[in-house]
Design a protein around this ligand. Structure first.
Ligand code: AMP
Length: 232
């Protein structure tokens, strides 16, 4: 399956994309992480994109597409977390899919209000040992994670405000873009991690058929059973 996850920073895209990818046997493509490792590696492309990332701005479409193209083309099944973030990037993704004769299965949008985003990102901590994400108040690091625990450089109040502004201006229009194509599934992302995962899985199930279950050609499995197995 090929799935895109949309949502503002702090909506839980990374956590949910990782879980979903494991459940459906797809590759998780965490675009923000890929951007940060490219910068840390000091490659020519990394040096070009550093300044945008440091300011909480989006990396220009052509550079982000250059970074992701090989990964998206070489994997058959993926969950894209953080791409596309502009309609230009969505057009570029469409072109890649057309060229590789593949298509998106669904686009999942995680909905969460700005005040909750600010509360989540202001307390976010990442373990340098395990990469796990915690929160100073809601989900403090457990004793078995040695840390150290660091805040992301772009999780300051000014950067959070700017990233939200960029999200509303550049990325939110993608919901209409994919709704028009019949791909959008909107999910309330304010609940617990497990509740959001369950809502995503349920939204990805094919619509129940009104016709009674039929035996398929092999006679041992119904068409409805096959359809429900696609996601779980
Ligand atoms: P994230 O970890 O998803 O919040 O992304 C961190 C930063 O990486 C963003 O603030 C952007 O600078 C950059 N970035 C990630 N994904 C994209 C994208 N699809 N388009 C442009 N810039 C991106």
């Amino acid at each position: 399956m090929r799935i895109v996850l949309l949502g503002p920073p702090g909506a839980g895209k990374g956590t949910q994309a990782q879980r979903l990818a494991a459940l459906i046997g797809a590759r998780h493509i965490p675009v923000g992480e890929i951007v940060r490792s490219e910068i840390a590696a000091g490659t020519p492309l990394g040096n070009q994109i550093r300044e945008y990332n440091d300011q909480g701005e989006l990396v220009p479409d052509d550079l982000i597409v250059q970074l992701l193209l090989p990964i998206v083309v070489n994997e058959r099944s993926w969950v894209l977390d953080g791409f596309p973030r502009t309609c230009g990037q969505a057009d570029a993704l469409d072109a890649i899919l057309t060229e590789t004769r593949t298509a998106l299965d669904a686009v999942v949008a995680l909905d969460i209000p700005d005040d909750l985003v600010i509360a989540r990102l202001s307390g976010r901590l990442q373990s340098q040992a395990t990469g796990r994400i915690y929160h100073t108040l809601d989900n403090p690091p457990p004793a078995d994670d040695p840390g150290p625990f660091v805040r992301r450089a772009d999780d300051t109040p000014e950067h959070i405000a700017r990233r939200l502004e960029v999200y509303h201006a550049e990325s939110e229009p993608l919901e209409a873009y994919y709704a028009e194509r019949g791909l959008l599934r909107q999910i309330d992302a304010t609940g617990s991690i497990d509740a959001v995962t369950a809502a995503i899985i349920s939204a990805l199930q094919p619509p129940a058929s009104n016709t009674p279950a039929r035996k398929d050609a092999t006679g041992d499995q119904t068409a409805q059973k096959r359809a429900s197995d696609e996601v779980t």
